[in-house]
Design a binder for this molecule. Structure first.
Ligand code: C2E
Ligand code: MG
Ligand code: MG
Ligand code: MG
Length: 283
């Protein structure tokens, strides 16, 4: 009955809580209109094969250009999109845009690379996800082997459902990666049985790999385990030469991070990473 009972007057916090809820609702409403207002765009970040130094892939990363707030980070709007269900149409837009871009670049004659797209939990759990993606890829004529879907360990909590969904996606022929690997729940049993292709080592381990021997041990263990399980392994968040050297020694397959490039616009990605390698053509 007494709000001040424990020495803290909770009434002091009520306006703050209300404001936060209001703010959030406003953001959700803006998010609801963002698709039709074409406020979203994608950035692409290269993925480099360490043995050959070739660009073998790119991750599509979503950005929201809000008319008043400016650029909103996915960390701030993806959770709202997820809870409100808006992530389903937004995620579909991401998939379509990233795959269409990849097809355009293939049509232009560039050496084909794979595009990685992040899936959210709601998107991943859609009953007809594989059918939808398959239909779309067929319409645009993109080979599913040039598409990589990134999921996280927590999305496979419901093992049976996740297994069925992954099986359907694998049958379609797309690539499956586990993003932020090492930060979530996953058992060795799960790794052995889930139809996946790749582990992406979370950047928190890569960031301190030279300073923290525990992180070095974790990166080394994940890489070695991936080799034994015949999975590809990609390091996220590589920012310097020393980290790269360490990853090479561990025989990590691929790396992604600011050392190679920040996520950039499609035109820039094309100019910097695709054009110089066009078949025998002067660029
Ligand atoms: P993620 O999938 O793990 O993506 C990698 C994040 O690390 C990106 O942040 C990228 O910009 C950042 N990054 C890459 N290299 C470096 C580096 O060397 N150093 C540092 N410090 N950071 C680096 P971003 O773009 O802000 O995205 C954050 C998260 O938002 C993503 O993490 C992903 O979980 C989510 N996200 C982004 N786009 C989408 C999307 O289209 N759909 C869904 N569902 N989630 C998305
Ligand atoms: Mg990712
Ligand atoms: Mg992620
Ligand atoms: Mg990640």
């Amino acid at each position: 009955h007494d709000a001040k009972e424990h020495g803290v007057d909770i009434r002091r916090y009520v306006p703050l809580i209300q404001m936060k809820a209001k703010e959030r609702l406003k953001l959700e409403n803006d998010l609801r209109r963002a698709l039709e207002r074409e406020e979203f765009f994608l950035l692409y970040q290269p993925q480099v094969q360490l043995a050959t130094k070739e660009i073998v892939g790119m991750e599509a990363l979503l950005r929201w250009q809000h008319p008043k707030r400016g650029l909103v980070s996915p960390a701030d709007f993806i959770p709202i999109a997820e809870e409100s269900g808006l992530i389903v149409p937004i995620g579909e837009w991401v998939l379509r845009t990233a795959c269409s871009q990849n097809k355009e670049w293939q049509k232009a004659g560039y050496r084909p690379i794979c595009v990685s797209v992040n899936l959210s939990l709601r998107q991943f759990l859609q009953p007809n996800l594989a059918g939808k993606i398959g239909g779309f890829l067929q319409r645009i004529g993109l080979d599913p082997s040039y598409v990589d879907l990134e999921i996280t360990e927590s999305m496979t909590m419901d093992k049976e459902k996740a297994f069925e969904q992954l099986k359907r996606l694998k049958e379609l022929g797309v690539y499956i990666s586990i993003d932020d690997f090492g930060t979530g729940y996953s058992s060795l049993h799960y790794l052995k049985n889930m139809p996946i292709d790749r582990l992406k080592i979370d950047r928190s381990f890569v960031a301190e790999v030279m300073e923290d021997s525990n992180n070095a041990a974790i990166v080394s263990t994940i890489t070695s385990m991936a080799h034994h399980l015949k999975l590809k392994v990609t390091a996220e968040g590589v920012e310097n030469e020393d980290q790269l050297q360490f990853l090479r020694q561990q025989r990590c397959h691929e790396a992604q991070g600011y050392f190679f490039s920040k996520p950039i616009r499609a035109q820039e990605f094309e100019r910097i990473f695709l054009k110089p390698t066009i078949y025998g053509m002067p660029s």
